[in-house]
Design a protein. Structure first.
Length: 277
């Protein structure tokens, strides 16, 4: 027990300075490039990759998604999801994230999110959520939009019931729905509880838990895209698909050995990819 705590403390002491420096660099670079959206998106992608590396979070290869607008839906586990997906989404897709309105009022994070063009929705009532749909639908016709339809975070074991309201955007615009399943694994390939942001967790507690934890590997599975349909039918189909993947992936994955060394994929202008070391 004492040795375990010593290892956890050592990881935290080693990682936190890099986490703080990387976060400051990310905030400054994204703020400084606000007038140049293309450059800003690249800074966000590189900074998100660097922040994952500072936490010893191992990323898979970048996602290959079409440049045409899509409604991207993902199961939700942690605040880390946004960082991971920012590092993996292709800059050409110009994907915006949809967040609850409270995020826009958070200190530091709120102004940062607004500066990135993040879309917000008031979830305090169904009427207010519905009233925001026309503006969101208009934006979706030009740029992909990503949201977490569970409306809350889970431990990653299963998938919470999906709220159908967001799927109305696909029904109104006719854009396809692209489901993604996100999972965090430990070194043995088992589900890692470290990134989960649940219940009464504070952001500081969550950050410190992740900083103390052994290295984490990210898995993202791209499910088949679905054509536009009525919102309840879409929510039901996506929920069934995500739950099927969750059940299949409960089996331990092949282990990885600590953090990987880095290489750049041929022809890529994005962050280096991890390679099993």
């Amino acid at each position: 027990m004492a040795m375990t705590r010593l290892r956890q403390g050592g990881r935290c002491v080693l990682r936190l300075p890099f986490v703080i420096l990387t976060l400051l660099g990310l905030l400054l670079s994204v703020t400084a490039t606000a007038r140049w959206p293309s450059l800003q998106r690249r800074c966000l992608r590189w900074g998100s990759w660097a922040l994952c590396h500072a936490f010893s979070v191992r990323l898979p290869a970048p996602l290959a998604l079409p440049a045409s607008p899509q409604l991207i839906v993902v199961n939700h586990i942690s605040w880390l999801d946004v960082v991971v997906l920012s590092a993996l989404l292709p800059p050409a897709s110009e994907t915006r994230f949809l967040a609850k309105a409270e995020v826009g009022r958070w200190p530091v994070i709120g102004p940062f999110a607004r500066g990135l063009g993040m879309a917000f929705i008031d979830r305090t009532s169904a009427f207010r959520s519905y009233r925001a749909l026309p503006a969101l639908a208009k934006g979706l016709q030009a740029r992909s939009l990503l949201f977490f339809p569970e409306g809350t975070t889970t431990d990653g074991v299963g998938v919470a019931p999906l709220k159908p309201m967001g799927f109305e955007l696909a029904a109104r615009t006719g854009v396809p729905v692209q489901p993604l399943f996100l999972r965090y694994c430990d070194g043995a390939g088992r589900l890692s509880p470290a990134p989960a942001f649940l219940g009464d967790d504070t952001l500081l507690e969550s950050v410190l838990r992740l900083a103390r934890a052994p290295a984490v590997a990210v898995e993202v599975e791209r499910l088949p895209a679905l054509p536009a349909a009525p919102r309840k039918a879409l929510a039901r189909s996506v929920e069934e698909g995500l739950r099927a993947v969750a059940e299949r992936r409960l089996a331990p994955r092949p282990p990885f050995r600590g953090m990987s060394f880095l290489r750049r994929s041929p022809g890529s202008d994005g962050p280096p990819q991890g390679v099993a070391g």
